[in-house]
Ligand binder design. Structure first.
Ligand code: GDD
Ligand code: MG
Length: 343
C-alpha cells in the first residue's frame, strides 16, 4: 500500500529547535523522529511512501540519499509553495502517481495503531475516507471527531475550545483515502484537510472513523517531545529505537558522551559528544548532540539544543527549551515555558 507522509510543517511549537531542523528530523533517543514513524509503518506492512516536504526539505533528502527510511522506500515531493495539508496530500499523491486506496500519515505521530484493522473497516463501510481515532483527556489541541455507533463521522471540528468538544475521540492523523478525495481538493490555493475536506466529506456521509487504543503520541510540543523520548526509553511505544542498547538505568547515553561519575540522570537522553559535569542533575531532559551541562547544574523537563551550554549551578525547570548554540549563564534560574534563543 502506498502512503503519503506529511512532514512539511514549520514546527512552530518546537521553536527555536525547528529553526535549523524540521520537527521530524529532531532526534528521539539519538535517531530522527521520522525513522520511528516510518519504521512503525513498515512494521504494519507499508513498503512505499512519498514524503510531502515543504519546510527545510533538503534536511530530509540529504540525510537519506538512498531513499530508504526505517525500511520503507521513500520518494520526495517538494511543494513549490505551501498549499495547506490537503493541497500537500494532493500534490504528493500525484507526484508519486498513486492510483489506488492509500494511507496518509501526519509525520510527527508516534503510534503502534493497527493499520490493517483500519483498512478492513474502510473497505467494509465503503468509505471514501477513513480516519483513525484516539481517545485523549483534553481534545482541544486536536481534530475532534464525533461518530455514529457504526463509525460514520457526524462532524469534524479542528481544535475546538475544551468545553465545546463534542467527544474526547480525536483525529490520530492516520487516514485511508480513495483517490476520488484528491479531485475534491482545489489546486492553486491553500486547502486544509481538517478544516475543509473532512467537514465536506462528513456532511455527505462518506467519511468514517475507527477508534484504536494502541500507543499514540503527537511529538510536536516541548512537553510531548520530552514524553516521546521517555516513552522510547521505556519501550512504551511498542518498539525500541535504533540505539536502545545504550539505555542504562532508564537513561540513554551515546557512547561518545562524557558524564561525570557523580552526575544523576533520570529518564534522560545524552546524545553524541555531550558533556555532563560533576554533581549535575538531569530529570526528563533531552540533551541534543554536542551540548554541555556544567558542574552542579540542575535541569528538569527541558530540551537542550545542539551545541548549547548550560552554565554551572544553573537551574532549569519545566519546560525550558534552549536553542542550538545558546548559552544559559552560570547560576541562572529559568522555568515556565521559557525558550532560550527564540529571537
Ligand atoms: N507538506 C506539508 N504541508 N506538511 C504539513 C503542512 C503543509 O502545509 N502543514 C503541516 N504539515 C505536516 C506537519 O509537519 C506534521 O507532520 C503534520 O502535517 C501535522 O501537522 P501539525 O502542525 O503537527 O498539526 P497538529 O498536530 O496541530 O494537528 C494535526 O494533527 C493532530 C494529530 O496529531 C491535525 O491533523 C489534527 O486534526 C490532529 O488531531
Ligand atoms: Mg502534530
Amino acid at each position: 500500500m502506498q502512503c503519503v507522509v506529511l512532514v512539511g510543517g514549520m514546527g512552530t511549537r518546537l521553536r527555536p529547535l525547528t529553526y535549523q531542523t524540521p520537527k521530524q528530523m529532531l532526534p528521539l533517543v539519538g535517531s530522527p523522529i521520522i525513522e520511528y514513524v516510518l519504521g512503525g509503518l513498515f512494521h504494519h506492512g507499508v513498503t512505499d511512501a512519498v514524503l510531502s516536504l515543504g519546510y527545510l526539505p533538503d534536511r530530509f533528502i540529504e540525510a537519506y540519499p538512498d531513499n530508504v527510511i526505517g525500511g520503507v522506500r521513500v520518494s520526495y515531493a517538494v511543494e513549490p509553495e505551501p498549499n495547506g495539508t490537503a493541497g500537500a496530500i494532493r500534490f504528493a499523491a500525484e507526484y508519486a502517481g498513486i492510483d489506488e486506496t492509500f494511507l496518509v500519515v501526519n509525520g510527527d505521530v508516534l503510534t503502534d495503531l493497527d493499520v490493517s484493522a483500519l483498512r478492513a473497516f474502510h473497505r467494509d463501510r465503503g468509505a471514501e475516507a477513513s480516519i483513525a481515532l484516539h481517545a485523549v483527556e483534553d481534545p482541544s489541541h486536536y481534530g475532534v471527531v464525533p461518530t455514529t455507533d457504526a463509525g460514520q463521522v457526524i462532524d469534524f471540528v479542528e481544535k475546538p475550545p475544551r468545553d465545546e468538544a463534542p467527544t474526547n475521540l480525536i483525529n490520530a492523523g492516520i487516514y485511508l483515502f480513495e483517490t476520488s478525495v484528491l479531485e475534491r481538493i482545489d489546486v492553486g490555493r491553500p486547502v486544509s484537510v481538517e478544516r475543509e475536506t473532512f467537514p465536506a466529506l462528513a456532511a455527505e456521509g462518506s467519511l468514517f472513523a475507527l477508534a484504536d487504543d494502541a500507543y499514540w503520541l503527537d511529538t510536536g510540543t516541548p512537553d510531548t517531545f520530552i514524553t516521546a523520548n521517555v516513552d522510547v526509553l521505556e519501550g512504551r511505544n511498542g518498539r525500541f529505537g535504533p540505539g536502545h542498547g545504550n539505555v542504562v538505568a532508564g537513561s540513554w547515553r551515546h557512547p561518545s558522551a562524557w558524564v561525570a561519575q557523580d552526575a544523576t540522570l533520570r529518564h534522560s537522553v545524552v546524545d553524541r559528544d555531550c558533556v555532563v559535569g560533576a554533581g549535575a542533575l538531569l530529570d526528563r531532559v533531552v540533551l541534543m548532540p554536542g551540548s554541555v551541562v556544567e558542574d552542579s547544574a540542575t535541569l528538569r523537563n527541558c530540551i537542550v539544543g545542539p551545541g548549547a551550554v548550560i552554565g554551572a549551578r544553573a537551574h532549569l525547570g519545566a519546560t525550558c527549551v534552549v536553542g542550538a548554540g545558546e548559552r544559559v549563564d552560570a547560576g541562572e534560574s529559568l522555568s515556565g515555558d521559557v525558550r532560550v534563543g527564540e529571537g
